[in-house]
Design a protein around this ligand. Structure first.
Ligand code: PGA
Length: 247
């Protein structure tokens, strides 16, 4: 089955609601689904209680720090996340690039530290640009953070995914055009060798269209992941397509 990764961002504001949502997400996962296909990127403070609540939903952090321990007030290290049973970490989401002023230099160090701690990295790349040529330029620059992995780059690694999220598509209800996503995803996988996810206004209505694309390994879902029934429908779409593929 392809990846369905939810990103709750800074939601919900209360733990009981987070527990309720994770239970509903777990209930939507069909029996036999390989572990790690369905994941939720939750706020740091919920990761431990969520890990105690669910085994079937893999957990992701939405960020991490670039060192494992030390005098870094307010930071959370990859080693700490790994110790809680967290499997993935989202790095370089556009909201962190914008609101937390993250640069490619920060992102490079975070990717290295997260992989060193044996977390799987979901590196988010994207662009504000409207023209595809400019989008591709921005993305090529952002993918240079993978140089930290050495000459083999991401080829053959099982611990790295790249999420393509055009900024105009995030939280707008307007997912990016399918042909554009196919071309950009193909270029990202050519450059990185990593599986590519698409994110930006994925909903129950459009999920199957993107999940069916051969260039994509899955979807990254923001606001729809906070609506239990809608997220369940997206998981089911991925499950149905996987039967289609296998037959
Ligand atoms: P959205 O967010 O699905 O609400 O557009 C996607 C994301 O930012 O990961």
């Amino acid at each position: 089955m392809k990846y369905v990764i939810g990103n709750w961002k800074m939601n919900p504001t209360e733990l009981p609601r987070a527990l309720e949502l994770i239970r509903a997400t777990e209930a939507a996962i069909p029996a036999g689904t390989p572990r790690g296909c369905v994941a939720i990127a939750a706020p740091f403070v919920y990761l431990h209680p969520l890990a105690c609540e669910t085994a079937a939903v893999a957990l992701a952090a939405q960020d991490t720090f670039w060192d494992q321990a030390g005098a870094y007030t307010g930071q959370v290290s990859p080693a700490m996340l790994k110790g809680l049973g967290v499997r993935y970490v989202l790095i370089g989401h556009s909201e962190r690039r914008t609101h937390a002023f993250e640069t490619d230099a920060h992102i490079t160090h975070k990717v290295r530290a997260a992989l060193d701690a044996n977390l799987r990295v979901i590196l988010a790349v994207g662009s504000r640009a409207r023209s595809e040529a400019a989008v591709l330029r921005d993305i090529r620059r952002q993918l240079r953070v993978l140089d930290v992995l050495g000459s083999g780059r991401a080829q053959g690694r099982r611990d790295l995914l790249i999420a393509y999220e055009p900024l105009v598509a995030i939280g707008t209800g307007q997912a990016a055009p399918v042909d554009h996503v196919r071309r950009v995803a193909a270029e990202i996988s050519r450059l990185s060798g990593a599986p590519v996810l698409y994110g930006g206004s994925i909903s129950r209505k459009n999920a199957s269209t993107y999940l069916a694309l051969p260039e994509l390994a899955g979807v990254l879902v923001g606001s729809a992941s906070l609506r239990a029934r809608e997220f369940a429908a997206i998981i089911q779409a991925a499950e149905q397509l996987s039967h289609h593929h296998d037959s």
